[in-house]
Design a protein around this ligand. Structure first.
Ligand SMILES: C[S@@+](CC[C@H](N)C(=O)[O-])C[C@H]1O[C@@H](n2cnc3c(N)ncnc32)[C@H](O)[C@@H]1O
Length: 341
């Protein structure tokens, strides 16, 4: 096939988007998006000084983003966000997760495909932060709706794999009197969670520990009834330690706390479902999400896998929840409310 300019432009679109995704992520990470959004319009020299940046390089980044119609540069040397630029504010956690969290994994794709290769790595702090940010739109409201179905509100929420804690802290803020216990193996995430708890005045209601779901601290003294939460975390334990370990975690926890409830949020594994992959959100989010899960230490499974595992653990599914379809109509994120059968 002869190389024409049309074909060259088409062939380079993924590279354009590859650079654009990273430029946007760093624009967010450096606090520039928030600063420009808050000011409406800000002189570039002031922006550079306030963020401690080299003005010449900042000008280069802003010119690049202006060419992509995300910012506007005016004749008085000011910068503002365009309509498309303003839309980025709400989608920031997706950049934190997929670019900040998984850039190392994408860079290692060739390496990890080879026979005998290990897992691709990721940036755990950004994964936890991005995931919790996205959860604000789906997993958190789904969890809230599942909690609202309980006869009795929980006394303590035990969030296993709590990431940066924002999910647990939001629930504790929304449910006055509820105590929170969060556990995550990433020290950076737990440190961020502790800082947020203090900032939000929840330090006395929420305890946070570095650890894995299997090494939960003694829950004996906690105020009941307990409600465990694993949001996008059983998929991690499943690949790290196997199906029996997930089964063991559920069985042991319910033996120790027979009246507890457990909320699981997982993503249905349907990468070969044309209805999903032909959809805009399917291609923009779930397709890269499924790829990531093939090469990192996590394992997605279809809903029936989880349902069988709960049955084997002697648990009943009391209710299921899905994201608000105005935001995500694919129904791939699933919330289960579990109790002893
Ligand atoms: C995708 S994030 C989910 C964070 C949060 N639960 C949410 O819904 O947004 C997965 C989290 O699980 C944590 N994790 C990984 N392995 C774990 C394990 N064995 N036990 C508990 N948490 C684990 C990771 O550090 C990460 O914070």
């Amino acid at each position: 096939v002869a190389l024409t300019e049309d074909r060259l432009v088409r062939g380079l679109q993924p590279i354009r988007n590859f650079v654009l995704a990273q430029a946007i992520f760093h624009f967010m990470e450096l606090g520039l998006l928030d600063a420009v959004a808050a000011a409406n319009r800000i002189p570039i020299a002031v922006l550079a000084r306030s963020r401690g940046l080299r003005e010449d390089r900042l000008r280069g980044l802003l010119r690049y983003l202006a060419n992509e119609e995300l910012v506007g540069l005016d004749a008085d040397d000011g910068v503002s966000l365009t309509e498309r630029g303003r839309e980025l504010v709400a989608v920031r956690p997706w950049y934190t997760l997929l670019v900040g969290g998984y850039l190392p994994a994408f860079a290692q794709l060739s390496e990890v495909m080879k026979n005998g290769a290990g897992y691709a790595s990721r940036d755990g702090g950004h994964v936890g932060e991005g995931s919790c940010g996205i959860s604000q739109h789906d997993a958190l409201p789904m969890t809230r709706r599942l909690i609202d179905r309980l006869d009795q509100p929980p006394g303590t929420i035990v969030d296993l794999g709590c990431g940066d804690g924002s999910y647990l802290l939001d629930l504790c803020r929304q449910l006055p009197g509820v105590h929170g216990l969060g556990v995550d193996p990433e020290p950076e995430s737990v440190a961020a969670a502790r800082e947020k708890a203090t900032q939000q005045g929840l330090g006395d209601r929420v305890s946070l520990y570095v650890g894995s779901a299997a090494s939960v601290p003694d829950l004996g003294g906690l105020r009941g009834p307990l409600c465990f939460i694993t949001a996008f975390v059983l998929q991690e334990v499943l690949e790290q330690s196997g199906r029996d370990a997930v089964l063991d975690l559920l069985q042991k926890s319910f033996t120790a706390h027979p009246d507890a409830k457990w909320i699981v949020i997982e993503v249905d594994h349907r990468p070969d479902d044309d209805a999903v992959m032909g959809h805009g959100l399917g291609l923009a989010y779930y397709n890269p999400y499924y790829l990531i899960h093939k090469v990192t230490e996590q394992r997605l499974e279809p809903v029936r896998f989880w349902e069988e595992l709960y049955r084997e653990a002697g648990l009943s599914v009391l209710a299921m929840e899905y994201p608000d379809s105005r935001y995500d109509s694919l129904g791939l994120k699933v919330g289960f409310l579990l109790s002893r059968a």
